[in-house]
Design a protein around this ligand. Sequence first.
Ligand SMILES: C[S@@+](CC[C@H](N)C(=O)[O-])C[C@H]1O[C@@H](n2cnc3c(N)ncnc32)[C@H](O)[C@@H]1O
Length: 315
Amino acid sequence: MPPSTGGHTPVSSERLCALAGPALARPDAVYVDATVGLGGHAALIAERFPGVRVIGIDRDPEAVAASRRRLGAAAEVVQAPFARIGEVLDGLGTAADAVLFDLGVSSAQLDRDERGFAYSRDTRLDMRMDPSGGPTAADILAGYSKAELAKLLSDFGQERFAGRIAAAIVAARADGPIERSGQLVELIRAAIPAPARRVGGHPAKRAFQALRVAVNGELEQLEAGLPAAIGRLKLGGRIIVMSYQSLEDAIAKRVLGAGATSTAPPGLPLEPEATKPFLRLLTRGAEHAPPAEVAANPRSQALRLRAAERIRETP
Ligand SMILES: C[S@@+](CC[C@H](N)C(=O)[O-])C[C@H]1O[C@@H](n2cnc3c(N)ncnc32)[C@H](O)[C@@H]1O
């Protein structure tokens, strides 16, 4: 029996099947889900491509437990940050025919108050995908200098009022620690000019994104994880990256684009093998979710999808 794909349709699942399909139709194919989450994409792949070896990775122990429950014997699920995808696959003694990165947080993480990702409810400011170690969002708010906070809010949240918010955090924490999302939301609301509170979505959205990116080292993870995944792709193997914010998409664009570009100096009569591109882009720019999908699943509104195929072995 294939695992149930459940009622919830994962983002751009048909596009994933179309992009990964040619690689997964090969004998002994291996699908690696670097962000297995609740196992939605992985369940669909197991159902559509019977016989494919499905490997799931997630750094969140709750996601690992949930996807193991859902996928059962159809998948091997490993708890690890995806920056370590190379070690995980080496440990399992395999390379990949297709790898998916479906970035960001899962609905389960957002919905569970004790995880502290939500700005729309008053929760403890944690935000760690792997709660077993490392600083929480509250620790960052307590420990960073005003300049560091402003840089974090500006770099990771593209927050226009980063300086004002950083100053408000430093002033507020003199009276006691900022440990609840409700405290932070109120403080941000008060720190930004009144007209700005009414435009651009929830006023705390960008600051919460910035804190989440910092707490989980999300950009460093991607900088390490994408090249490692590409390095473990078999010839003809495919990598698919689904990003939901511009900083992640910029990294995917740069890493996939570099692999698809010759590194030969201009004017060589014959291009040496070693400088030829090792990837072929499968998407033109970043693809967006089709309107019908956005209407059915608002999360897909922010989707930027890029994919590439491995066309050359590198030493
Ligand atoms: C959007 S959800 C994935 C949903 C999944 N595709 C599905 O169909 O259910 C993203 C998942 O990636 C995990 N994640 C994010 N960054 C990670 C990282 N650096 N290493 C491992 N897992 C990560 C999160 O814990 C979360 O469970």
